[in-house]
Design a protein around this ligand. Structure first.
Ligand SMILES: [Zn+2]
Ligand SMILES: [Zn+2]
Length: 338
C-alpha cells in the first residue's frame, strides 16, 4: 500500500510503498477515508519525539473496516468507523475506571508505537474502534479526535452553565474547546489569538469576542461583558510563557486548564497563582464515554466542526501540504482525503 512516511527530524515526509497490514487476533485493519493533520504531527517532525525513521503519522481519522482478525465480532468489511488515537490495555486500574487515556501501557497511534493513518490502511484493536452513525460524514468523523480533546478539557474544567471563560489560542483545539464551552452553557467566551484569520474563525464558530492579546487584555475585555473576571482560562497554545499569562488572566479562586501541549521548558512564578488560590489542571485524555458523546453530538448537529476544515489534500499532496503548515498560514485544519 501507499503511505506518507517520516524519515528524519526536520526532513520532508515522503510517499513510499509499504507492506499492507494484516489483522491478527483481536485486531481490525481499516481503510482510511479522512485524516486530519494535527499540530502535534508538526511538533513531532520539528522536535523529534524520538520517532523512528519509517514512522507513519496520522491519528485523527475516519475509516471503513477492511478486514477483521480472529475473535473480532460486531464489525464487518465496509463498516464506517472512527478510530481512536491510542490503544489502551483494557485491564489496568485506569482502564477499568474508564480512563483509558491514563493507561500505563497506552500506545499512541501515529508517533512510532503504532502506524498511523497517513496511509491507505492501518491496523488497530477492537477497543479503539467506534461505529459511525449513518448520518455522519467521514470528513466530520475525522474531527472527532480533536473534538474529544476539547470536550475532555471542558470536563476537566468542571465548567458550569453561566460561567465565563477565556480561551487562549484559536487553532483547532482552541476552537473545539470553544464549541464545548458554548455547549456547556458558558455565559461569555473571549478568545485570545494573535493571527487575524484565526480570530475571524473563532467569531464564525461562536466566540463572543476575539482579541489580539498584544493589543487587548482578554480578561479585561471579558469583564466588560460579564462584569467580572473569567471563571476559567483554557490554555490551548502550548508554548513557553503561556502558563504565566493564563494565571494572570484568571480570577481569584478561578481555574486554569492546560490543554496545549508544551514541549519546551517553561518557567513562571507560582506566587501569582498562590495569591489567587487558583486551581491549575492539566488535560490530555480521550475517554471512551467522551468519544461516544462527541460522535453523537456531531451526528446530531449539536456541534459543528465543518468551518474549521479549510483544506483537503490527497495522499500524494500531503508532504507538500505538511511542509506548508510548518510556516504561518491561514489554514486551520488540513484534511487528508481518500
Ligand atoms: Zn491531534
Ligand atoms: Zn490500561
Amino acid at each position: 500500500m501507499k503511505a506518507c512516511v517520516f524519515r528524519a527530524m526536520g526532513q520532508p515526509l515522503e510517499i513510499a510503498e509499504v507492506t499492507d497490514p494484516i489483522a491478527g487476533e483481536g485486531e481490525i485493519v481499516v481503510r482510511v477515508k479522512n485524516c486530519g493533520v494535527c499540530g502535534s504531527d508538526l511538533h513531532a517532525v520539528k522536535h523529534g519525539f524520538k520517532m523512528p525513521p519509517g514512522t507513519i503519522m496520522g491519528h485523527e481519522f475516519s475509516a471503513v473496516v477492511d478486514h477483521v482478525g480472529a475473535g473480532v465480532t460486531g464489525y464487518a468489511s465496509g463498516d464506517p468507523v472512527v478510530v481512536m488515537s491510542y490503544m489502551a490495555c483494557g485491564k489496568c486500574d485506569s482502564c477499568a475506571a474508564g480512563h483509558g487515556s491514563r493507561c500505563g501501557a497506552m500506545k499512541l497511534v501515529g508517533f512510532g508505537d503504532v502506524a498511523g493513518a497517513y496511509a491507505e490502511k492501518m491496523k488497530t484493536t477492537v477497543g479503539s474502534v467506534f461505529k459511525m452513525p449513518p448520518n455522519l460524514s467521514h470528513r466530520a468523523a475525522a474531527t472527532v479526535e480533536p473534538l474529544v480533546v476539547g470536550l475532555h478539557g471542558v470536563h476537566r474544567a468542571g465548567l458550569r452553565p453561566g460561567e465565563s471563560c477565556v480561551i487562549m489560542g484559536a487553532g483547532p483545539i482552541g476552537l473545539v474547546t470553544m464549541l464545548w464551552a458554548r455547549f456547556a452553557g458558558a455565559s461569555a467566551i473571549v478568545v485570545s489569538e494573535m493571527a487575524e484569520g484565526r480570530r475571524a474563525m473563532a467569531l464564525t464558530m461562536g466566540a463572543d469576542l476575539a482579541v489580539d492579546p498584544r493589543l487587548k487584555n482578554p480578561a479585561a475585555e471579558l469583564q466588560k461583558i460579564t462584569g467580572s473576571a473569567p471563571d476559567v482560562i483554557f490554555e490551548c497554545i502550548g508554548i513557553g510563557g503561556t502558563l504565566a499569562e493564563a494565571v494572570s488572566y484568571a480570577k481569584r479562586g478561578g481555574r486554569v486548564v492546560v490543554i496545549g501541549v508544551c514541549m519546551e521548558e517553561d518557567s513562571w512564578g507560582p506566587i501569582a497563582a498562590m495569591n489567587k488560590e487558583l486551581d491549575l489542571r492539566f488535560s490530555l485524555g480521550l475517554e471512551p464515554g467522551e468519544i461516544e458523546t462527541a460522535i453523537a453530538m456531531l451526528a446530531a448537529g449539536r456541534v459543528n466542526t465543518a468551518p474549521m476544515i479549510t483544506h483537503t489534500v490527497s495522499l500524494n499532496e500531503l508532504p507538500a501540504a505538511f511542509a506548508a503548515l510548518s510556516r504561518p498560514s491561514l489554514q486551520t485544519k488540513v484534511m487528508l482525503e481518500f
